[in-house]
Write a protein that binds this ligand. Structure first.
Ligand code: LLP
Length: 415
């Protein structure tokens, strides 16, 4: 589904022209489409109809409260990795009993807060975390529901920075050791073992690694059953890829159908933690050309968005499509689109054929996931505004950060 389309020579988000959004809210601004986000969530949930399931949106991909609220209204669950994300989900109207808590470094405070509100499950990533959770739960005189994140040692075939299921990664418990750690978990009085979990990487474009991991998890579930440890749910993480350029990621229906087939005859609920799939193509970063700088070697378009706003190209050499909001006639040149930050790595795209003039608006596509959430204040730049489009309406779901806010917590030394 594409909710960002040209109409009469101008790029729209659903029923609203991006040029109107730029005029009203300024640039750089992230613009999201409610219809896209809802359709992607429903595609997951619909494919799972008829079996017990929970689709937990990975909050790290986009934690804007407006975005989380749209999903909460559909009954989504949430995958969180910090108490900060937990508070966001609660503020957005999310249901605590549909939250899974992932992450390798949960603090005692994180655990206490999650137990207090009653999350669905802790995805525990190590033996030491298990012992800590037992202690915290005992102090509170409650039982903590747990799933162990196992590392199935499969190669997700994606960028090394976003591949997480190999032995050398910091994530999860080596599948060879998982049985012993489960045995320990079952002994601990304030823990209740309910699931098995894995997440092997992000932006996967083939099904095989997911299905290999699933097969390995099922072997583990069977071994645990012989020890009397009953697993109620399998959490297969997130990771399904989206199209940024010419990738052909699997269809969600095919993925879920293949998983369901392997689970036939078993009494297991399914949990997923999709992030990118739900929001990536539901967002653009709207930016304006400040200057065109033609040198002997290169043509640069210096734009008002920078690596602090969207770090994916600089950090992962990620290719993001760039579309002119109001395309012009004329002879195209090959532009590098660079920001105002003092780093050579500050680019959003390279070698793009575009016809540009100073003041033109551009939309960096597929920026709904891992966009705003990874932004920073480098070079003392306030973070961008975020706008949610719903049909013919646009709502500012986060206003642009002001300079006062940027140094509100700082002070001079005493005289
Ligand atoms: N569950 C866990 C435990 C994860 O670590 C992640 C992502 C997800 C779910 C969601 O994965 P997704 O469905 O979005 O692929 N910043 C990088 C991506 C980092 C992904 C980290 N973990 C990027 O911009 O490509």
């Amino acid at each position: 589904m594409n909710t960002f389309e040209y109409r009469d020579g101008s790029l729209f988000a659903e029923g609203v022209a991006l040029s109107a959004i730029a005029q009203r809210f300024g640039t750089p601004t992230y613009v999201y489409s409610r219809a896209h986000i809802e359709a992607q969530y429903r595609a997951y949930a619909d494919a799972l109809v008829g079996m017990p399931h929970l689709v937990c949106f990975a909050v790290k991909a986009n934690s804007n409260i407006g975005v989380l609220n749209v999903l909460a209204r559909l009954g989504a669950g949430f995958d969180i990795v910090s108490s900060g994300e937990l508070e966001r989900v609660l503020a957005a109207g999310g249901e605590p009993s549909r939250i899974v808590f992932s992450g390798v470094g949960k603090s005692r405070d994180d655990m206490r807060r999650a137990l207090e509100v009653g999350v669905h499950c802790f995805n525990v990533e190590s033996g030491v975390e298990l012992e800590r959770l037992q202690k915290v739960a005992a102090e509170m005189d409650v039982k903590a529901p747990v799933s162990l994140r196992v590392n199935p040692d499969v190669d997700a075939g994606t960028h090394p920075y976003i591949s997480t299921g190999l032995k050398e990664n910091k994530f999860g418990i080596d599948i060879e050791q998982a049985e012993a750690v489960y045995a320990r978990a079952a002994e601990l009085p304030n823990l209740e073992v309910i699931g098995v979990d894995c997440h092997i990487g992000s932006q996967l474009t083939t099904l095989e690694p997911f299905l290999d991991a699933l097969d390995r998890l099922l072997l583990l579930v069977d071994k645990l059953a012989t020890r009397g440890i009953v697993i109620k749910h399998l959490d297969l993480g997130g990771g399904l890829g989206v199209q940024y350029r010419d990738e052909q990621p699997p269809q969600i229906g095919d993925y879920i159908a293949a998983v369901r087939k392997r689970l036939e005859g078993r009494d297991l609920a399914l949990v997923f933690e999709p992030g990118r799939f739900i929001v990536a193509n539901g967002g653009v970063l709207l930016t304006q050309v400040e200057y065109l700088k033609h040198t002997e070697h290169k043509d640069f378009a210096i734009i008002d968005a920078a690596m602090n706003d969207l770090i994916r190209p600089a950090l992962y050499q990620a290719w993001m499509e760039v579309s002119p909001v109001q395309p012009r006639e004329g002879e195209a040149r090959s532009y590098d689109l660079v920001g105002p930050i003092c780093e050579t790595g500050d680019f959003l795209a390279k070698d793009r054929q575009l016809v540009l003039k100073e003041g033109d608006l551009l939309a960096v596509r597929s920026a709904g996931a891992y966009g705003f959430v990874m932004s920073s204040n480098y070079n003392t730049r306030g973070r961008a505004a975020e706008v949610m489009v719903d049909g013919e309406q646009a709502f500012e779901v986060r206003r642009r950060e002001t300079l006062d806010e940027l140094f509100a917590g700082e002070s001079r030394l005493p005289e």
